[in-house]
Design a protein around this ligand. Structure first.
Ligand code: OGA
Ligand code: MN
Length: 277
């Protein structure tokens, strides 16, 4: 593959000149994994990857999550859109949560290891995607703040994110959110390799043992800190781009677009491997 690799200023890398069919072998997957470990976000410009090749790449990288929405021949592929004409109405409504800074699967046992998102249709009027690096956010905290966060545990819930994303939901919708089990994770995630990151975002509901107001203030402050405008990577999509991120250490969000927008993404995810500890 004769591609140009352009590291971006603080994190992330852009790869230009690759084609989807270049990425299905073991060697290409190993290169992709190395880029993911080093840069956090890997942006393949104009890759034009097919669903089959996207799933092949996902499998070569690890254990794909079978989304089983019934919307695709390949059970690993998910449709990312807000338009109920293109996906199940409940999913379309849940995807509004993508407008809030979040980490995929933060209410799960372990968040997804990586997310692969490719643009099938783009919208000039909106729908860029932003990323913020929570390893860098943790590392840049003053030592006394790091000490203060040590040992804190946070309850993550689907309802916390959806209540903000869908404020005018019905009682029935709220009951459905509440049926998704909550999950407690440490606020600071320490990897086996010693790297540490903040586990924050829209699902972070409350810090255990803290008064509600104090807890909200702390979580909001850490999210603001992690997503300071000067440390955000802003991606403007072109049709055919594939963006892969280390979902354990990258907050992300979609920028506003209309529910009826033509914007259409296909996504696969890799199951998490390392428990949050
Ligand atoms: C996702 C997601 C953001 C976007 O698919 O997990 O958050 O810009 N997408 O579509
Ligand atoms: Mn997401």
């Amino acid at each position: 593959m004769s591609a140009t690799v352009n590291p971006l200023p603080s994190f992330g890398v852009e790869i230009i000149g690759a084609h989807g069919s270049d990425l299905t072998g073991r060697a290409a997957a190993a290169e992709c994994q190395a880029a993911l470990d080093r840069y956090g976000v890997v942006i393949y410009r104009d890759l034009d990857i097919t669903d089959d090749d996207l799933v092949a790449l996902t499998r070569a990288l690890g254990r794909p999550v079978a989304a089983r929405t019934g919307e695709h021949r390949l059970s690993e592929i998910e449709t990312i859109t807000l338009d109920p004409a293109k996906t199940a109405a409940t999913l379309a409504s849940y995807r509004r949560g993508n407008f809030l800074w979040h980490i995929d699967g933060a209410t799960g046992h372990t968040p997804q290891r990586a997310t692969l998102l490719t643009a099938r249709e783009v919208d000039e009027a909106g729908g860029d995607t932003e990323f913020a690096d929570t390893y860098l956010a943790y590392d840049a905290l003053p030592d006394e703040e790091k000490a203060r966060l040590e040992g804190l545990q946070v309850i993550h819930s689907f309802a916390a994110a959806q209540a903000r994303a869908n404020p005018s939901a019905t009682e029935q919708e709220r009951q459905a959110w509440d049926r998704v089990p909550t999950r407690t994770h440490p606020l600071v995630w320490t990897r086996r390799n010693g790297r540490r990151s903040l586990l924050v975002g829209a699902t972070a509901g409350e810090v255990i043992g803290m008064a509600p107001e104090e807890s909200r203030t702390l979580l909001d402050r850490l999210l603001d800190w992690s997503t300071r405008p000067e440390s955000v990577l802003h991606h403007r999509w072109r049709k055919g781009d594939l963006v892969i991120w280390d979902n354990t250490g990258m907050l992300h969000r979609a920028m506003p677009f209309e529910p009826t927008s033509r914007r259409l993404m296909h996504r696969t995810t890799l199951a998490g491997e390392e428990l949050v500890a």
